[in-house]
Design a protein around this ligand. Structure first.
Ligand code: DX5
Ligand code: ZN
Length: 217
């Protein structure tokens, strides 16, 4: 079966100390880093782009980096993000006309492909692309901001994916923490993004371990 992985989102970390914040998360047991890229267009917020990711990569050589591309034109950032050392390039299918083409370009650039859907997007819209995806991301909040409430009514999407694709890497993102992890695990998610619940914890190591144990059991 698929391996449980915990990927903290650094969105609500101290972005002026991003390298130290990221290293701390990795030292405390994070399996990968989830980097939220927003363009102020696909979502009503701005974060950072490939220059920041590249600077982070210069300080953190080996960690697995996922960029969650909440952008209107994900094709535009493939090459700079590959150059910045991104491992998994996850983009939303909603604004993209040719998902297969963009996925192929991501893979040709040497990155894995993640395909993301917003809460309002049906899992059926994703189904035709699953064979080309390395990871699928089911959003459990409306993308744009950290610290929102987990939407348990997204779990049927995860359950459906897990039933039909036993070996698929299924990621959840938004409002996931110690209180909501059991629901995600039971539904079949194995890649767990968690922002404020981990970053703001007094004992990050404990929170990360606790969540991984729930997903693995
Ligand atoms: C939302 C982002 C998420 C989110 C995670 O647009 O994609 O990664 O910030 O943070 P929490 O866990 O606080 O919801
Ligand atoms: Zn995210």
């Amino acid at each position: 079966s698929v391996k449980a992985k915990i990927g903290p989102s650094i969105l609500n970390a101290d972005l002026a100390n991003l390298a130290a914040e990221s290293q701390k998360l990795l030292d405390n047991g994070a399996d990968y880093l989830h980097l939220d890229v927003m363009d102020g267009n696909f979502v009503p917020n701005l974060t950072f782009g490939h220059p920041m990711v590249k600077s982070l990569r210069n300080k953190i050589k080996t960690a697995f980096f996922e960029t969650h591309m909440m952008v209107q034109n994900p094709e535009q950032w493939i090459s700079p993000m590959a150059d910045a050392g991104v491992n998994l390039y996850t983009f939303h299918i909603e604004p993209v006309a040719d998902v297969c083409k963009v996925s192929r370009l991501v893979q040709e650039a040497g990155m894995k492909v993640g395909l993301a859907i917003k809460p309002g997007t049906k899992v059926e819209d994703l189904e035709k692309y699953i064979s080309i995806a390395d990871v699928v991301l089911v959003m459990t909040v409306e993308p744009g901001f950290g610290g929102q409430s987990f939407m348990a009514d997204m779990m049927p999407k995860v359950e459906w994916l897990r039933q039909n694709y036993p070996n698929l890497d299924i990621e959840v993102d938004g409002g996931v923490g110690p209180k909501t992890i059991a629901c995600c695990a039971k539904s079949g998610a194995n890649m767990i993004v968690s922002g404020t619940a981990v970053v703001g914890a007094t004992d990050q190591r404990q929170v990360i371990r606790e969540m991984r144990d729930v997903v693995q059991s």
